[in-house]
Design a protein around this ligand. Structure first.
Ligand code: FES
Ligand SMILES: [Fe+2]
Length: 331
């Protein structure tokens, strides 16, 4: 049976999160969410985030069910509710309406006035939100995201691109000598220009794939894992690489996304002597490339493809089938 808030969505708002429905996704580091409500856009929906104690966070629709004011302009009350700035209704973190000024309403009446709230979790120092309200599954995470919050170093920024483009470049090994030719990809330049051949091996996993990339002129390969929907893990077990980067492409709307890097330093490394700014800045090359592309990834027949594009084609097939409910032809 639907709650009154879910009923409100069905009757007055319609389908939500259409561009990214029913997924768990990180949204913002908890260090950036305080007792002042903040507005965020996630997959085309406007939400308000706040915390009302050290550990309790809330994500509500940023639209008061009374007259539609932005709740993010309100304030947190002493009893941990979000007070609408317009007529002062109080909403708990669960979305339940707990008080309506100047009216004497009983519990049954109040229970019909709740605002839509979304499931949240705190993992790896980040607030995660489920982009739906029904049939909420448990989050499936790799063990490298289940360490204590304080172990993670997090960087995020907004890119003017569709989130699928950022997943694709993160899965793509062979752009490194070109996109990063003036930074860390410099050492790959000769490799790429001397008739090298790449071998890409893909293994399907329960929720994505593992891609092992090798170039025949390089001694070591690199493993990249994609976890549905929007996480790419770089398994850079190269000598001297002391980090495990988790990349997230978080949809904001059809034109923008948040690129979030969640880095787990390996035990024993001196993080004070690691240049994280330089590390995070390396994604600027990717950002420039992805922002030059237009819109979401097209289906598998709208561009030319070669054998080394298979990881991206697998991602596109999943995206069109699962997110857009379209089946693509095999290429
Ligand atoms: S619009 Fe929120 S209380 Fe009236
Ligand atoms: Fe890159």
């Amino acid at each position: 049976m639907l709650s009154t808030a879910q009923q409100f969505v069905k009757e007055y708002i319609g389908a939500m999160f259409e561009m990214f429905p029913n997924f768990w996704t990180p949204v913002l580091p908890i260090a950036e969410i305080g007792f002042t409500p903040i507005a965020v856009e996630l997959a085309g929906e406007l939400l308000v985030l706040f915390r009302n104690s050290a550990s309790q966070f809330a994500a509500l629709l940023n639209r008061c069910p009374h007259r539609g004011a932005s709740l993010s302009r309100g304030q947190i009350t002493e009893d941990g509710c979000l007070q609408c700035p317009y007529h002062g209704w109080h909403f708990a973190a669960s979305g339940a309406c707990t008080r309506v000024p100047f009216n004497q309403l009983n519990q049954a009446q109040l229970s019909k006035l709740s605002v839509v709230s979304f499931p949240t979790r705190v993992i790896a120092g980040i607030l995660w939100i489920f982009t739906g309200t029904e049939n909420v599954p448990e989050i499936q995470l790799p063990s490298s995201l289940m360490e204590p919050d304080e172990r993670y170093i997090i960087h995020h920024e907004i890119w003017n691109a569709h989130w699928t483009r950022a997943i694709e470049i993160s899965l793509d090994y062979l752009h490194i000598p070109f996109v990063h030719r003036d930074s860390f990809g410099r050492e790959f330049n000769d490799v790429a220009h001397n008739s090298a051949l790449a071998q890409i091996s893909i293994t399907s996993t329960a929720n994505g794939m593992t891609v092992i990339n090798r170039i025949n002129t390089l001694p070591a390969g690199i493993e990249i894992e994609w976890r549905q929907p929007n996480n790419v893990i770089l398994k850079l077990d190269l000598d001297g690489m002391p980090l495990r980067p988790h990349l997230f492409a978080i949809p904001i709307n059809a034109q923008q996304m948040r690129f979030m890097q969640v880095v787990l330093p390996k035990p024993g490394i001196d993080i004070n002597n690691f240049n994280f700014d330089e590390f995070f800045a390396a994604s600027l090359d990717d950002r420039i490339m992805v922002e030059s592309q237009i819109g979401e990834v097209p289906n598998t027949t709208d561009e030319y493809n070669v054998p080394t594009d298979e990881p991206s084609l697998r991602f596109r097939r999943w995206y069109y089938r699962t997110v857009k409910s379209e089946v693509l032809p095999q290429v």
